[in-house]
Design a protein around this ligand. Structure first.
Ligand code: 9MR
Length: 374
């Protein structure tokens, strides 16, 4: 791609029409219900000749990682795929506040411990996902925060998680999804934290996290930044504005997580918008991690080959833009196998937006990621 064609940056993308959030999920009981477990006969392992994404990324000084559900670690094929392809694991929900502390004063570390132990035993890095997210605040904590407006309750949660996993986690998603241009707070989401503490909650969260993990990489993780609608353009601008503010106040933020839930229903990727966003984030001295890559299909009735090609092509187009930047240090998919994908729980189990199919056959998306690293 010619960089000079990509000049307008994040201020592009002012087309018409608002798109709805791609990252909304309705699963309310996150602690104990897997989004989807393999339904078919025991899956095969990835073919021995399938090249490793982990190796492809490492050859270029980057890392490849993936999200994982604790229950899937019972499955031999999943374990084999994880250790072959991933250098880093992200708990898909096991580390969220409502999973760790569903009831006040009672902790459920079992699933997260299992993931952390597996990572440790296999020499894999661990991503901390996520300390603060409006969708994973347990009811008791939400009431407590609203009633007392005392930061100690949030700080206490951060301390609990970070002291338990601190020396094993290299990268923390400190605040997840703080952007919402439609909420009328200068681009910030009107979540529980905003209502109790005002916009400064974001920097307080980073300072709290910094106390417990001064050397770990600390991120804001955000979605809805890839397409050409006016709404996604506003989201990119709001994110940049927030980052500028945090930088100007010397908040200990190191990187930005771009979730990259790609969506073939949203039209063409906004190359200028994506390019400008990554360039401007890098210009502030921050690294970028692609944190939750997957692809929602527009049609699940086309021939399989065509569907898998569309998914792979979208993946490649996106990665070709972001991987032009050295500031992009890692790429994580939101799972490896379609059968476990959150997109299946939302879309009638039909979506094929991850690198492997339900039988652990590598799909063109696997090759697209590998080639994008090359
Ligand atoms: O994929 C995750 C799903 O299994 C959980 O039920 C849900 C709630 O914990 O979270 C999903 O992951 C989300 C991630 O944490 C943040 N970005 C959007 C992801 C998909 O909704």
């Amino acid at each position: 791609m010619d960089r000079r064609t990509l000049l307008t940056g994040a201020t592009a993308a002012l087309a018409i029409g608002a798109m709805s959030s791609c990252a909304t999920t309705k699963r309310s009981q996150t602690a104990d219900l897997p989004a989807a477990l393999p339904s078919a006969a025991p899956p095969r392992e990835p073919g021995k000749t399938t090249p490793s994404l982990r190796a492809a990324a490492a050859a270029r000084g980057r890392y490849f990682g993936t999200a994982v559900q604790a229950a899937s670690l019972s499955d031999r094929a999943t374990r084999a795929a994880l250790t072959r392809d991933s250098a880093s694991l992200t708990p898909e929900w096991a580390m969220k506040w409502d999973a760790i502390a569903p009831v006040q004063g009672q902790y459920a570390f079992g699933e997260m411990d299992r993931i952390a132990d597996f990572a440790g035993q296999n020499g894999l890095a661990l991503r901390g996902h996520t300390l603060l997210w409006h969708k994973s605040v347990p009811g008791w904590a939400a009431s407590l925060i609203a009633r007392t407006r005392e930061w100690t309750h949030v700080d206490g949660h951060i301390e609990k998680v970070m002291t338990r996993y601190g020396n094993r986690v290299r990268e923390w998603d400190v605040v997840n999804e703080p952007i919402e241009p439609n909420d009328g707070n200068g681009g910030l989401r009107n979540n529980q934290f905003m209502r109790a503490f005002g916009p400064d909650y974001i920097e307080w969260a980073f300072w709290s996290a910094h106390k417990f993990a001064p050397n770990a990489r600390k991120l804001i993780n955000e979605y809805g930044l890839e397409y050409g609608s006016a709404y996604e353009g506003q989201r990119r601008l709001a994110l940049l504005r927030l980052l500028e503010k945090l930088r100007s106040r010397n908040v200990p933020i190191d990187a930005v997580g771009l979730q990259a839930h790609l969506d073939l229903r949203k039209g063409a990727l906004d190359r200028n918008g994506i390019y400008g966003l990554v360039r401007d984030i890098g210009g502030m001295g921050l690294k970028v991690v692609i944190t939750e890559l997957d692809v929602a299909e527009a049609s699940t009735t086309l021939p399989l080959e065509q569907r898998d090609r569309l998914v792979a092509d979208e993946t490649r187009r996106y990665l070709d833009i972001v991987l032009e930047f050295r500031s992009v240090i890692g790429v994580n998919t939101w799972g490896l196998n379609d059968d476990y994908s959150w997109l299946r729980s939302q879309r009638g189990r039909a979506n094929r937006g991850l690198p492997y199919d339900a039988n652990w056959q590598a799909k063109p998306m696997h090759e697209a990621i590998r080639r994008a690293f090359a």
